[in-house]
Design a protein around this ligand. Structure first.
Ligand code: HEM
Length: 403
């Protein structure tokens, strides 16, 4: 029996409300099965773009020589024209220049260099969990999750404690919002404020370098010269956003998922599943960054569709991570899942620079939950964020019962 045609127009992938107000997994399942690569029609606000949904296609496109990141890796930004940081900020730079910049920045994010940082993450997480368990009921997002990755990346950049609250507020507006009615302009203003903040801080570090990552960038040699103030500022922007948002949303998702799946919480507490496999499943389940955007620079074919030079192509990690041809029963939260080759950190040349740190932060959280919590339950409705790039919750009212 033939299936009815799939109306891919039923979901507008440019609208943040689509993801906050719908369970999109049924949609992606149908898309993977019936229109794995499709053209998202233009809307009155935006031009059209390609949507790629299958794991194998997405994984191979992360390496494809005909796709570049320099015009932007976030759909919203590419739809409005070129990313102004293209060729300067790591995530939106390609080729040999990307490799040199990545080698330079990676020196600050190797497991060896991060040893002490990880120990501090562990202590901070344990102290925060101890405080909320003693209190009983809390907003886990505000009282724990907002304080771990943000302070970790701020410590690495040596950002004064007094400035961290404002930076967190800008971060929370830059690529998502807690309101359905927030404007694209609010996001642009927040992104500009972060870059301007870092232009000033970079100047201070140039005058008086210390042992932090900004000072490392300020004193490094890149392509036989010093990085410009703008180049350093946009890369700090990328670290503060990349370092905070995705890890924070994964932590919030971890607690919600454990509350919703008590059998998995029991398996974690009893040691039946290892912290390492649990961390990977939390990151797959959360998939905090739901898509990545690229631009074609020559014609090529994928999934039987001809992509033309200049077309915008979007890779939906949220769909790849639930592709039933790779993950058995993908909508089952299974902390023992192995192998678990999720694409939450991307793949290929732009694979997440902070993956080690992101994993360490989640490991510290799961470990503190096991050590300190006997039972946990929701005490209200989690508030979703509005974005077509990030997914997760802004607020999570939870009651923790001490062990
Ligand atoms: C790249 C996700 C944590 C910094 C990426 C990409 C993804 C991602 C999907 C690929 C972007 C692309 O292909 O266009 C995540 C997730 C995290 C996380 C899910 C946590 C659970 C972090 C942390 C940092 C960070 C803690 C900061 C230290 C970066 C940077 C890039 C990147 C700088 C660009 C790498 C490049 O273009 O070579 N991340 N990230 N991320 N991430 Fe993360």
């Amino acid at each position: 029996m033939s299936q009815p045609a799939l109306d891919v127009r039923s979901l507008d992938l440019t609208d943040p409300a689509t993801f906050a107000e719908n369970d999109v997994h049924e949609f992606w399942r149908a898309v993977r099965a019936r229109r794995p690569v499709y053209w998202h029609e233009p809307t009155d606000r935006n031009p059209g773009f390609w949507v790629v949904s299958r794991y194998a296609d997405i994984q191979s496109l992360f390496h494809h020589p005909a796709l570049i990141s320099a015009r932007g890796n976030v759909l919203d930004v590419v739809l409005r024209g070129d990313d102004s940081a293209g060729g300067s900020m790591l995530a939106v730079t390609d080729g040999a220049r990307h490799r040199s910049l990545r080698n330079l920045m990676f020196t600050a994010f190797t497991p060896r260099v991060l040893g002490e940082v990880v120990e501090k993450v562990r202590q901070r997480t344990d102290a925060l969990m101890s405080a909320v368990v003693e209190k009983g009921t809390c907003d886990f997002a505000a009282e724990v999750a907002e304080k771990i990755p943000m302070n970790t990346i701020c410590d690495l950049l040596s950002i004064p404690a007094a400035d961290r609250g404002q930076l967190l507020r800008w971060n929370k507006m830059a690529l998502s919002s807690d309101r359905a009615d927030s404007s694209a302009l609010d996001a642009i203003v927040a992104r500009n404020e972060i870059v301007l903040y870092f232009m000033e801080l970079v100047q201070e570090r140039l005058d008086d370098p210390g042992g932090d990552v900004i000072s490392m960038l300020a004193t490094a040699e890149f392509e036989g010269r010093q990085l410009t103030v703008e180049e350093m500022a946009v890369n700090c922007y990328s670290l503060i956003l990349g370092g905070d948002e995705t890890s924070r949303l994964s932590a919030i998702c971890a607690v919600l998922a454990l509350i919703e799946h008590p059998d998995q919480w029991d398996a974690l507490r009893s040691g039946e599943v290892s912290l390492d496999t649990a961390v990977e499943e939390v990151i797959r389940w959360a998939t905090p960054g739901i898509h990545l955007a690229r631009t074609a620079v020559e014609d090529f074919e994928v999934g039987g569709q001809l992509i033309r030079d200049g077309d915008i192509v979007t890779l939906w990690n949220i769909s790849a991570n639930n592709d039933e041809s790779v993950f058995a029963e993908p909508r089952r939260f299974d902390l023992s899942r192995t192998p678990n080759r999720h694409l939450s950190f991307g793949h290929g040349p732009h694979y997440c620079l902070g993956a080690f740190l992101g994993r360490a932060e989640l490991r510290a959280l799961l470990s503190a939950l096991v050590d300190r919590v006997a039972r946990m339950e929701l005490r209200g409705t989690p508030r979703p964020l509005y974005s077509n790039f990030l997914t997760g919750y802004e607020s999570l009212p939870v009651h923790f019962e001490s062990r």
